[in-house]
Design a protein around this ligand. Structure first.
Ligand SMILES: [Zn+2]
Length: 219
């Protein structure tokens, strides 16, 4: 049984104030989808978001964008936000600073090749693992580092869809940044859990916004 922490530990919020986790917004939840774009899965997410007039943020892997540029462009056409999740899902704890930064920049170049020139460069470290020196350099290069407030556990093969759903609704409220994955590994659970999560919060009158529409202030 793997152990994961559904809530982002508050001690980390204190240690790393520049990393975005919870957002000051009383009316919205910020859904994020990591590791795509992937055929059939990302389009399925996009259709569901559309049903709720929802906006979300997709932390894309550079090599997946190269493989599936048409899906990447449809994310943008539907006015969602796109963020950088490295070129090939790098683990920052196992990668030297220069290689980590170069890998992130390479992904940003893939974005611009696909005619996406973001006003705000959002970045989420794969596995949440990033070293201080890497983070500092990215912040210097105007990236906004996005962690999360609640992690769904959709990728965790040891938990059921029901547990995953309960994790989310127990921990997330307006202002939460929730991590899901538009990946093959997570899809079996995502397909079941995401519609339920969206319906649950929509019934409470909570909207779903992308990070572009988030009140980030000085974060
Ligand atoms: Zn990831």
């Amino acid at each position: 049984m793997s152990i994961f922490l559904p809530k982002y530990p508050s001690v980390l919020k204190l240690l790393y104030p520049k990393r975005i986790s919870r957002i000051e917004d009383n009316n919205a939840i910020f859904l994020t989808f990591d590791d795509g774009p992937i055929p059939e899965i990302t389009p399925w997410v996009l259709d569901l978001l559309e049903d709720y007039s929802a906006k979300a943020t997709f932390f894309c892997i550079g090599e997946n964008v190269e493989k599936h540029p048409e899906i990447f462009r449809s994310i943008l056409e539907k006015k969602h936000t796109v963020g950088n999740h490295t070129y090939n899902h790098l683990n920052g704890w196992k990668t030297c600073k220069a290689a980590y930064i170069a890998n992130t920049q390479k992904t940003q170049q893939v974005f611009t090749t696909n005619k996406f020139f973001p006003e705000t460069k959002f970045f989420r470290p794969p596995y949440g693992k990033i070293m201080n020196a890497q983070a500092r350099e990215l912040v210097e290069q105007d990236y906004k580092i996005v962690m999360w407030d609640v992690i769904s556990g959709d990728y965790d093969l040891n938990i059921s869809a029901e547990t995953c759903y309960r994790n989310v609704i127990k921990n997330a409220a307006a202002g939460s940044t929730i991590v899901f994955h538009d990946s093959e590994k997570a899809f079996k659970k995502l397909r079941e859990v995401l519609p339920r999560v969206m319906s649950y919060y929509a019934e409470k009158g909570i909207a779903f916004k992308s990070l572009t529409d988030a009140p980030l202030k000085d974060q």
